[in-house]
Design a protein around this ligand. Structure first.
Ligand code: NAD
Ligand code: SAH
Length: 420
């Protein structure tokens, strides 16, 4: 371990605690461990400079250590101003990875940290929300010539990248890690489902049983959250804009209604849409005492400006809970400034799901380098063999065996001649 000189973290004396917590998470990351062992031997990222904008958590630390083991030099900043685990940031600096991230940093510091990563002149980017790529394209285009490609972790990042591709603006290839089945089917669904409740409970300690719990958005995250909230005894209501997803929620046994109908009866509202102002004018009708949080993307799923307009006072009543007192006396509680509740008030997804997401990240970074010179400036999906291999390794680590197709079954499945 060689500590680096350039970094910006809260407190280096926290490093010991961070090291222990990183090792604890590693126990639940067997797939990433296998990647790391191979990377150490083969050095597939030798010579690459990776600029990473990810949540600085114990799970991310295990990914960054894996990338470094593979021969890359790695520099990292946070992908959200509230998600950094300061002890982990300090431990990473001790591991020789420059980190620029402090929990609670303001917007200016957030972008200064992003710039510090870009100042390291990465050859590959690793993003969670497209902030690095967007900054490069808008403010630092001269650096793009150095970059061979990148990877993207989350749904909203992929949406932004596809918009760039469509506009002909994207200037290097990106692998959309989120699109791997072993990412979104587990991370977005089971990870967000569990860690959002974790954040809600740590922030408020409310009883969920019997509460009207509104989930806005029934995508991968929403499905997970709705099922986990129901598991805790809440009466779950779903809001949607997509008729197919809404129908799925109805048939999964949830009440579906508009936000306008849900707001007056909601005890808790959590948004997981990736969209703007999902909780907006309906705030006029909000039930007194309602808790409102977001586990989607940026802090604009809830119209906080409008909440402010409706309020006579606002004050912090516990960590991650702000009370808005309306002119008519009703009170509403905003959680974690409307930023990702699971990462701000808790520790984000458990290591066991991040194991698969981050094995995808590491293998996608390797793939980008291997494919140097052959990729176009497009958004790529993770190759299917990588996805299937990760699932197989995860099952093996869990001690689960599955059947194998016989030759006859294989032939049967590929034939079209024989019918009833
Ligand atoms: P998704 O596309 O599968 O689902 C989003 C759903 O929201 C869709 O069904 C869409 O129809 C619905 N929606 C859009 N606008 C809406 C509105 N106004 N009202 C109600 N529903 C609306 O996406 P996903 O994978 O579930 O991700 C959702 C968001 O969560 C993204 O921003 C993603 O980046 C983020 N995310 C967060 C975490 C986390 O750790 N908190 C993890 C994964 C993804
Ligand atoms: N820039 C965005 C980031 C989107 S967060 C923002 O404003 O916050 C959504 C992503 O966080 C998910 O795709 C998930 O993979 C990731 N995530 C969830 N838990 C995590 C954890 N414990 N460590 C690192 N990343 C995590």
């Amino acid at each position: 371990m060689t500590q680096v000189n350039n970094y910006d973290v809260k407190d280096m004396t926290l490093a010991g605690k961070g090291r222990d917590r990183i090792a604890w998470a590693a126990l639940e990351m067997p797939v990433l461990k296998q990647v790391r062992d191979r990377f150490e031997k083969e050095q597939p990222l030798a010579g690459q400079r990776l600029g990473c904008c990810l949540h600085i958590t114990t799970e991310t630390a295990n990914l960054l250590i894996t990338l470094k083991a593979g021969g890359a030099s790695v520099v990292a900043c946070a992908s959200n101003p509230l998600s950094t685990q300061d002890d982990v940031a300090a431990a990473l600096v001790e591991y020789g990875i420059p980190v620029y991230a402090i929990k609670g940093e303001d917007n200016e510091t957030y972008y200064r940290h992003l710039d510090a990563v870009l100042d390291s002149h990465p050859t590959q980017t690793m993003d969670d929300g497209c902030d690095l790529v967007s900054r490069l394209h808008q403010d630092r285009p001269s650096q793009i010539a150095d970059i061979i490609g990148g990877t993207e972790e989350t749904t909203t990042g992929v949406i932004r990248l596809k918009a760039m591709e469509k506009d002909g603006a994207l200037r290097f290839p990106i692998v959309a890690v989120n699109e791997a089945d072993t990412k979104h089917m587990f991370d977005n669904r089971y990870g967000t489902g569990q860690s959002t409740l974790d954040g809600l409970l740590r922030a408020t300690n409310v009883l969920l049983a019997g509460k009207n719990f509104v989930v806005a958005g029934y995508g991968w995250c929403g499905r997970g959250l709705a099922s986990r909230a129901r598991g805790m005894g809440a009466q779950v209501i779903v809001t949607e804009i997509d008729p197919i997803r809404a129908l799925e929620a109805v048939m999964d046994g949830f009440r579906v209604m508009t936000m306008e109908q849900a707001a007056p009866i909601a005890d808790i509202i959590i948004t997981v849409t990736g969209n703007l102002n999902v909780v907006d004018r309906q705030l006029r009708k909000i039930k007194d005492g309602c808790l409102i949080g977001n586990s989607g993307h940026f802090n604009d799923e809830i119209n906080i400006g409008f909440l402010d307009e409706l309020s006579e006072t606002r004050r912090v009543v516990r960590e991650f809970v702000e009370e808005f007192k309306f002119f008519d006396g009703r009170k509403v509680y905003l959680l974690a400034d409307g930023r990702l509740l699971n990462l701000a008030a808790a520790e984000g997804h458990p290591a066991s799901v991040m194991d698969m997401s981050f094995a995808n990240q590491a293998l996608a970074a390797e793939w980008v380098f291997k494919k140097l010179g052959t990729l176009e400036n497009k958004v790529y999906v993770v190759p299917r063999e990588i996805d299937e291999n990760i699932a197989a390794l995860k099952l093996k680590a869990m001690g689960v065996d599955i059947d194998v197709l016989t030759d006859a079954q294989q032939a049967y499945l590929s034939s079209w001649q024989s019918g009833t």
